[in-house]
Design a protein around this ligand. Structure first.
Ligand code: PMP
Length: 357
């Protein structure tokens, strides 16, 4: 702490991202990256954008990318906002749209960046407990008429559980919450969920946030986006243009556009991750693990006889890294990113040894 720090900085509890170890030859199943590389067309576009033109600023509006996203999701580019990873998009969402709707609501077990943004922007929040089976019950977010309505945000599928709220339930939530902003963070939706983006046409209070970090294998490029009514988008643009005019560089715009255009590669890699997830879930169940039903590129598991932290440590000694959260309700769980078939085979072989199965 320093006497030069502002009071806000003194009170911050920053987000701690999953470890990015420098060691080679690790089976890295801890940060939900895609085990497959980006689309070869995206890599080619990034290479082609590397040249003399880097002396010039990029398009501050990234219009080409908004058009590509709009085309893919069948919305107008004016309904699209883009940012430097969905974390940046979410940060702007908290300031632009959720700050005026306090206290905001999100699940007790959810993306741990949400309370961090609340700390940064000095916002009140209320956490809503997940059901016993770790699902999100949308009825718990409805507020009776007259009661002050907060904004609502949750990931769908939820993180770190992987559990999906069906689209019909999201619509029911929107019907009972027309006066507050509802933000659905769809970072993992492409691995078996159904996007709420089509609902943005009928619900002007709905904002859907997505990322290219997971299903499009571009975590290193930092591209995220939001889709919603133009009034919501304008609020985000106002914040963005008061913060950084050029959050997306030329390489990011070029790579992201090409990634959206390569639908075949995207579908093929998502299907591969889904197939491996199902196989891995079955194998871990056979080892006695409880595996929550996942529609994401990770699974959330616990073993009734083995301590999660000890398991994580034993895996680490075998060069396999998974994520363990020392948090109430979930401290006996491990979050395991779905890797390639080979990486998952290494994981199951190690677990077999550790469990003596
Ligand atoms: N939302 C959720 C639920 C996440 O798990 C993540 C990844 N940590 C993000 C958003 C942010 O992803 P990115 O900034 O890479 O787009």
């Amino acid at each position: 702490m320093s006497r030069f720090w502002s009071d806000v900085v003194k009170g911050l509890k920053p987000y701690v991202p999953g470890e990015q170890p420098k060691l080679a030859n690790l089976v890295k199943l801890n940060t939900n990256e895609n085990p497959y590389g980006p689309s070869p067309r995206a890599l080619e576009a990034i290479r082609a954008a590397t040249g003399e033109s880097l002396k010039l600023y990029p398009d501050p509006n990234a219009e080409q990318l908004k058009l590509a996203i709009g085309k893919y999701h069948a919305v107008d580019s004016s309904n699209v906002f883009v940012g430097n990873g969905s974390d940046e998009v979410l940060a702007h969402v908290f300031l632009a749209l959720l700050k005026q709707a306090q206290p905001i609501l999100f699940p007790d077990i959810s993306y741990s960046f949400y309370p961090v943004y609340c700390g940064l922007y000095q916002m009140d929040f209320e956490t809503i407990p997940l059901a016993k089976d770790f699902s999100i019950r949308v009825d718990d977010y409805a507020r009776p008429h007259g009661e002050k309505c907060g904004g609502i945000i949750f990931p769908n599928p939820n993180a770190p559980t992987g559990c999906l709220v069906p689209l019909a339930e999201i619509e029911r939530l929107l019907q009972s919450n027309r006066d507050s902003v509802v933000v659905i963070d769809e970072a993992y939706v492409d691995f078996g969920g159904e996007s709420a983006i089509p609902l943005t046409v009928s619900y002007p209070n709905l904002l859907v946030v997505q990322t290219l970090s997971k299903s499009r294998s571009l975590a290193g490029l930092r591209v995220g986006f939001a889709v919603g009514h133009i009034d919501l988008i304008e609020a985000l643009e106002r914040v963005k243009n008061s913060f950084n005019s050029y959050p997306l560089d030329r390489l990011a715009i070029a790579g992201a556009v090409a990634a959206f255009e390569d639908r075949a590669y995207f579908e093929q890699t998502c299907q591969a991750v889904i197939a491996t997830r199902e196989k891995l879930s079955g194998e871990l169940k056979a080892f006695g693990f409880e595996v929550l039903p996942s529609k994401a590129n990770f699974i959330f598991v616990r073993h009734p006889q083995h301590d999660a932290q000890e398991l994580a440590l034993a895996l680490r000694q075998r060069s396999i890294i998974v994520r363990h959260f020392k948090l109430p309700r979930i401290e006996q769980f491990l979050r395991i990113t779905v890797g390639t078939d080979g990486q998952c085979a290494a994981l199951t072989a190690a677990l077999k040894e550790i469990l003596g199965a």
